[in-house]
Write a protein that binds this ligand. Structure first.
Ligand code: HEM
Length: 364
């Protein structure tokens, strides 16, 4: 016998608040005529997406709280990876969820599309908040749109609540995940040198110059090989290799000064076999994986929309598919993508200095 009265037993429906949840798929109060089967499908798919967005935001905020610190303990890295990898999987699932949306025919959609008025996924504040939390720059957005200004305007018009605006402002006014990641990378011990130590600037200069020299030497081998096998003339191949070398030099020294954050990133990616660098590299990879799955999600949405409405204008007033395709060009973690272009195979890199600092002496 349990001392709990049956009336207090936790039930499935009670725990999940199913009565409340399942009463929300018929449109807003007084919505008329009641949604058809096609329209209810449309509502449920949207609501399912928004629920997943809610979880994505929660996961990203957990990762943000761990990363946006002056000192990030090593044992927090696996936790961050855990949160980010969950978001990656959610986006992967959402990419496939468009398939359910596609069971709506273009004519089936037109039957209720006018009822939507100017409402559009463009107004999804959770989607905007997660972009801001990740660190998408306004300069990358179509028309340089400022989501915070937009949210303020909507709040003033009574179209989003003050609580939503307050949450959005909190996210907008703190360093984004991209910025927090960059600060953390800037503290990477490079060739055993810690940020702030006496000869740190000299060590970092030597590391960056050593890497660029390795790139150049490897580039010469590539040019010689391509010319030797008759795969191209030297001049155009050389121009391409030298342009890539220059790009790397500019990347590592933006405005003439070394970026310690980018140098740290390059160091972690180059010497990933060092035990102390394996979790940092895994963390970087989790950010790349997340952004990749988000881009595939954006792209799958655009393909679904093209199938549904062709090239017509969106209900939100954008150019529709052209706008959505432009969003697939967005990159939040610009440095993480850029560094890939300048990696050099391990055998031609200088040996790491003070390898013992990172766990054990590295073998090439
Ligand atoms: C018949 C189904 C759908 C069509 C035809 C459609 C169409 C569009 C179009 C044309 C836009 C561009 C903005 C505009 O002018 O309206 C847009 C944006 C958007 N849609 Fe959809 N959509 C559909 C379903 C969904 C669903 C189920 C979601 C899930 C929440 C969603 C989320 C979004 C988001 C977040 C944006 C903003 C994208 C951005 O600005 O980066 N859409 N949609």
């Amino acid at each position: 016998m349990t001392d709990r009265a049956p009336a207090h037993r936790m039930t499935y429906g009670g725990y999940l608040q199913l009565d409340e949840l399942l009463a929300l798929q018929d449109g807003p109060e007084g919505y008329s005529p009641a949604p058809s089967n096609d329209e209810q499908h449309f509502i449920i798919v949207h609501q399912a997406f928004e629920l997943w967005f809610k979880l994505i935001l929660r996961e990203l905020k957990e990762a943000h709280a761990l990363l946006n610190q002056k000192h990030v303990p090593e044992e927090h890295l696996p936790q961050m990876v855990h949160h980010l990898d969950r978001v990656t999987e959610i986006f992967r699932l959402l990419s496939n969820q468009w398939k359910v949306m596609e069971t709506l025919t273009p004519q089936g959609f037109l039957a209720f599309r006018d009822k939507l008025g100017t409402s559009s996924g463009f107004e999804s504040w959770q989607m905007r908040e997660l972009e801001v939390l990740l660190g998408l720059e306004n300069s990358q957005r179509m028309g340089g749109m400022d989501p915070l200004l937009h949210m303020k305007k909507l709040a003033k018009e009574g179209k989003v609540t003050d609580a939503v605006l307050a949450d959005f402002e909190t996210t907008s006014n703190q360093p984004s995940l991209r910025e927090a990641l960059s600060s953390w990378l800037a503290r990477t011990p490079i060739n055993g040198s810690l940020v702030g130590s006496d000869d740190d600037a000299k060590v970092i200069e030597a590391f960056v110059d050593g890497h660029i020299a390795a790139m150049k030497a490897h580039g010469e081998d590539v040019i010689a090989h391509i010319v030797a096998i008759g795969h191209g003339e030297e001049a155009p191949v050389r121009a391409r290799v030298e342009a890539a070398n220059q790009q790397a030099a500019d990347f590592l020294r933006p405005e003439g000064e070394i970026s310690r954050s980018r140098a740290g990133l390059l160091f972690i990616e180059s010497y990933r076999e060092l035990p102390l660098l394996s979790w940092p590299r895994k963390l970087i990879d989790s950010f790349v994986g997340l952004e990749q799955s988000m881009l595939l999600f954006r792209s799958a949405h655009a393909r679904m929309v093209e199938r549904m409405i062709g090239r017509r204008m969106g209900t939100g007033g954008s150019s529709g598919v052209d706008y959505l395709d432009a969003t697939t060009k967005y990159r939040v973690f610009v440095d993480l993508w850029a560094v890939r272009t300048m990696l050099v195979k391990r055998e031609v890199l200088p040996d790491v200095e003070q390898a013992g600092f990172y766990g054990f002496t590295a073998n090439k």
